[in-house]
Design a protein around this ligand. Structure first.
Ligand code: GTR
Length: 326
């Protein structure tokens, strides 16, 4: 291709990809650690379409997937500063700054995904979303993150005894460090993007995550033993920078909230389908899944974790209300 033609072709590509957002008065920058096509990424894109429709085309969302804007902990800070407008993250990386987020992040707090939905869709969920405001963020909606279980490169884990002395990566949250210590293993908090190479080089033996992340991160390639102990059903959250939020009219704020809430059922459908796909894919690729595991000792081992983190009357009451929710 001649140089001029090549430049013209490149300009045309830039123009066409930039077009969808160029029409909008406001384009919100949204971050996600997951690759394009992952349920969370697609849900935020859907939220953007809803927002555009709800504001007569004035507001758009551009999703920067695949950690293009950085690892979760850093993108949370940038969202607090208003450099990033929207962020789809796990509740885990908020644990050290927002105590309320620790409660749905407690191991075995939810009896099932349905129980988690019942809690997070109700007043407790609203209280947790409201807790973000004091930290320069606006909580908009909760997304699904399935249940998280341990995987490793060394051996099939069938009991807590097997976990003794092994090294697992956790999200950057003290609560998860204590959760791993409670089952007799060692925790290394580290950003998601460093996990693959850390398992490969033997810095850690494994990590813990849900089916879609185990698949899309490629962790199953380096840690083939996946033990379904399902210690966490931790929801994910879509937050907006308070700086961005404060710059919007009340009408636009309402449109943002509505679009975020409307994306939840879409996300749940995408999630349910992706969990099955990922499970089938990693099993076909040779992952060894251990399902015959007695969770009772795992649940009992978490008592000291609850004692350490559920300290204030407010948090104790929240745990009691979650346990009383059907
Ligand atoms: C995924 C979650 C991400 C991120 C990641 C991790 O399941 O969707 O937001 O928290 O786990 O372990 O860092």
């Amino acid at each position: 291709m001649k140089k001029q033609t090549l430049i013209a072709a490149l300009l045309a590509t830039v123009a066409s990809t930039g077009m969808a957002f160029a029409e909008c008065e406001v384009t919100l920058k949204s971050s996600d650690t997951h690759p394009d096509g992952y349920p969370t990424v697609e849900a935020v894109k859907f939220m953007g379409d809803e927002l555009k429709a709800g504001t007569g085309g004035r507001m758009c969302v551009e999703v920067f997937h695949s950690a293009q804007l950085g690892e979760e902990k850093d993108t949370i800070e940038q969202t607090q500063f208003g450099v990033i407008d929207l962020n789809r993250v796990s509740l885990g990386p908020f644990n050290n700054i927002i105590p309320e987020t620790q409660i749905p992040s407690l191991p075995y707090i939810f009896r099932s995904v349905e129980h988690m939905h019942n809690v997070m869709d109700g007043p407790i969920g609203e209280e947790i979303l409201a807790a973000f405001e004091a930290h320069d963020l606006v909580g908009l909606a909760f997304y699904d993150g399935g249940s998280r279980s341990f995987y490793n490169s060394q051996k099939p884990i069938r009991s807590m005894e097997d976990l003794k002395g092994m090294k697992f990566r956790v999200m950057q949250s003290d609560l998860f460090v204590d959760m791993v210590s409670a089952v007799g293993a060692n925790a290394t908090p580290m950003p998601y993007g460093e996990v693959y190479s850390s398992i490969q080089t033997g810095v850690i033996d494994g990590a813990e995550n849900n089916w879609p992340s185990y698949d899309s991160s490629g962790h199953f390639e380096v840690a083939k033993y996946y033990t379904l102990d399902q210690h966490l059903i931790v929801p994910e959250v879509l937050v907006m920078s308070k700086k961005t939020w404060d710059g919007l009219s009340a009408e636009d704020q309402a449109a943002v909230r509505k679009a975020a809430k409307d994306s939840v059922p879409v996300m749940r459908d995408l999630w349910a389908a992706r969990e099955k796909e990922s499970e089938a894919k990693v099993i076909a690729a040779g992952a060894e899944v251990i399902t015959d595991i007695d969770k009772t000792p795992f649940i009992e081992a978490m008592v000291p974790v609850y004692e350490k983190y559920v300290t204030s009357d407010k948090l104790k009451d929240m745990v009691a209300r979650i346990q009383a929710t059907e």
